[in-house]
Design a protein around this ligand. Structure first.
Ligand code: CA
Length: 230
């Protein structure tokens, strides 16, 4: 991994500028955003390799951003936060953050953490033997973040894509409603259950256009599973 793309999520323009200037000076490819929703969109649809994440964002808590990214990706996430309490660090690390840098931080420290993370990322990439998932006519290209039926790209929403990835990861196994909503939204309220049904229905319409081939099986009252196809 020579040229990781770094996503900077920080709403304080001074800190954001400091980080992006540092990245630029050290020839890192990067983009930045000031809120969680855009960060999730960029991470889902773009080519992000590493996320530098502030926890206090205007639209959602950074921990929520970590949870949502972790529902479908192992991309390294380094938290950069003014919150120095142990409880905040533990919450971020438990949600799946790889590292935690407390503000104010030195540029040298940021760069050192990035180098460590790059080494970890290189190890992660070489350990992930299967960048592409295949099941019958269905293909998921994890690198590109795209799914295909035969040669046609499926136009999936980020949530549908995440659901498909979750089902593919455990093909053949039934994944419970609670497991899926927790992976996607970090919670399993009644609202999430209703949303899950809707997203799963739209996903199935796109994946199962050919009525002879079933990819997703509903287990009423339990959850869903992906069936293996030849
Ligand atoms: Ca902030």
């Amino acid at each position: 991994m020579n040229d990781p793309k770094i996503l900077v999520v920080e709403d304080d323009p001074t800190v954001r500028n400091l980080i992006t200037t540092t990245l630029k000076a050290n020839h890192y490819d990067h983009e930045s955003t000031s809120n969680g929703e855009t960060a999730l969109l960029v991470a889902t649809t773009g080519k992000t390799d590493i996320v530098l994440l502030d926890l206090g964002l205007p639209d959602m808590d950074g921990v929520e951003v970590i949870k949502r990214i972790r529902s479908w990706s192992q991309m390294p996430i380094i938290v950069i936060s003014a919150r120095s309490e142990d409880a905040d660090k533990i919450a971020a690390l438990d949600a799946g953050a790889d590292d935690y840098l407390t503000k104010p931080f030195s540029v040298a420290e940021l760069l050192a953490r990035l180098r460590v993370t790059q080494r970890r990322l290189a190890a992660l990439c070489s350990a992930t033997a299967e960048p592409v998932f295949r099941n019958g006519k269905l293909t998921i290209d994890y690198g590109a973040g795209c799914a295909y039926m035969e040669d046609t790209a499926l136009k999936l929403t980020p949530t549908e894509y995440k659901l498909l990835c979750l089902l593919a990861k455990d093909v053949g196994k039934v994944l419970t409603h609670t497991y899926l909503t927790d992976k996607i939204w970090g919670s399993s309220w009644e609202n999430d259950m209703a949303s899950l049904r809707v997203h799963m229905a739209t996903l199935r319409k796109k994946v199962e256009k050919d009525p002879d081939t079933q990819y997703i099986q509903t287990h009423i009252g339990i959850g869903y599973r992906m069936l293996k196809n030849d």
